[in-house]
Write a protein that binds this ligand. Structure first.
Ligand code: SAH
Ligand code: SF4
Length: 337
């Protein structure tokens, strides 16, 4: 996809330092409007299991964290939650979880087939690193998209923060996903402790060269029950600049305004929708469990019933001259409006 602006490494670095915020945010908003108009894609996300075999240093769901109450939805609960997404007039369902070995090939396939039989929903999976055969089978069973964030493009930092894992394997998995015909998404955590000073600019350029359909940058939020407790949080403004730069480099890509933004600064998620982002992902995880999906403090913290949260989103978007679309919300290859 042709970038909206030809930004080299020096320009990206300067923009990340805030040298032209007014221009950057206005231009990112204009480019987003060229491709997506006033529409914001909603993705209903069902976080169906907080069990995880991994030990990522940044995440509250890491296996070594024995101080959280874990939950796992039943197949029927997952399907019921998916039907709620459909009924709410939302075009995409996201199924996300820790790397939970109890949900294997066949279980996920059955869930996908049932949802596909009963709805027209596009389905995104975000289940971490899985085998080629699982990914192939799920694609056949109806999964349309897969989100697998790289988290950092610094191979040494990656292995330090994700013990037992290597960046190369994650990169190869993204290629596998593309070859299986998934709309593929990735991204990074902005402000991960240990990141080098110019790493963000390099990562944005490298991610853009991968020609992905979805790109996500969320700020790091320090979790007290992890090895990164008491480290500094990511910077909201820097993260918004990163998303705006991604919009200029990948004009038709789907770029979510992540909930981590709101965990650090209330209102920052909505503000990002006028700074280049075009996707919001309200949680449809049943209320009895949603606050236990504690990847970072503040995640799913609203406590309001689903209907009220959706009504609030619609109102806030309207106030910004935007509206929620019921479309499946694929990435766009060319200017649309
Ligand atoms: N287990 C899957 C999906 C669930 S985790 C996976 O890891 O791919 C979803 C995302 O949460 C991760 O990709 C990571 O980017 C984000 N995340 C985890 N801990 C975080 C933290 N402390 N601050 C900000 N984002 C975090
Ligand atoms: Fe597990 Fe994903 Fe958290 Fe890592 S980021 S511990 S894989 S849920």
């Amino acid at each position: 996809m042709k970038p909206a602006e030809n930004l080299g490494s020096a320009e990206v670095r300067a923009l990340l330092c805030g040298e032209a915020d007014d221009w950057l945010f206005a231009r990112a908003d204009a480019v987003k409007r060229q491709y997506f108009g006033k529409e914001i894609w909603l993705r209903g996300i069902v976080e169906f299991s907080s069990y995880c075999r991994c030990d990522c240093h940044y995440c509250g769901l890491r296996a070594a964290n024995r101080d959280i109450e874990r939950y796992r939805l039943s197949h029927q609960e997952i399907i019921d939650s998916a039907l709620k997404v459909d009924k709410a007039g939302i075009g995409t369902l996201v199924l996300q979880s820790g790397e939970d070995s109890r949900f294997r090939q066949d279980g996920i396939s059955r869930i996908l087939s049932t949802i596909k039989q009963q709805t027209q929903l596009a389905i995104t999976l975000s289940l971490g690193e899985r085998s080629h055969s699982e990914l192939a089978l799920w694609r056949e069973a109806g999964a349309d998209r897969y989100l697998l964030k790289l988290e950092t493009l610094d191979a040494e930092l990656y292995s330090r923060l994700r013990p037992g894992r290597v960046l190369d394997k994650r990169l190869r998995l993204l290629e596998t996903l593309k070859s299986l015909g998934y709309e593929t998404g990735s991204g990074i955590i902005c402000g991960l402790p240990g990141s080098k000073s110019d790493a963000l600019a390099d990562a944005l350029l490298a991610l853009s060269a991968m020609e992905l359909e979805m790109l996500a940058v969320g700020p790091f939020v320090s979790h007290p029950q992890t090895p990164l407790a008491n480290t500094a949080n990511g910077n909201v403004l820097e993260c918004q600049r990163a998303c705006a730069i991604l919009r200029l480099l990948n004009p038709g890509a789907n770029i979510p305004a992540t909930s981590a933004l709101d965990a650090l600064q209330k209102g920052a998620r909505l503000e990002s929708l006028s700074r280049g982002c075009n996707v919001l992902m309200p949680s449809f995880t049943p209320q009895k469990d949603s606050s236990k999906y504690l990847i970072y403090p503040g995640k799913n913290a609203s406590g309001c019933p689903l209907e009220q949260r959706l009504a609030d989103i619609r109102l806030s978007l309207k106030a910004r001259g935007l509206y929620c679309s019921a479309d499946r919300g694929n990435a766009r290859r060319q200017i649309n409006v």
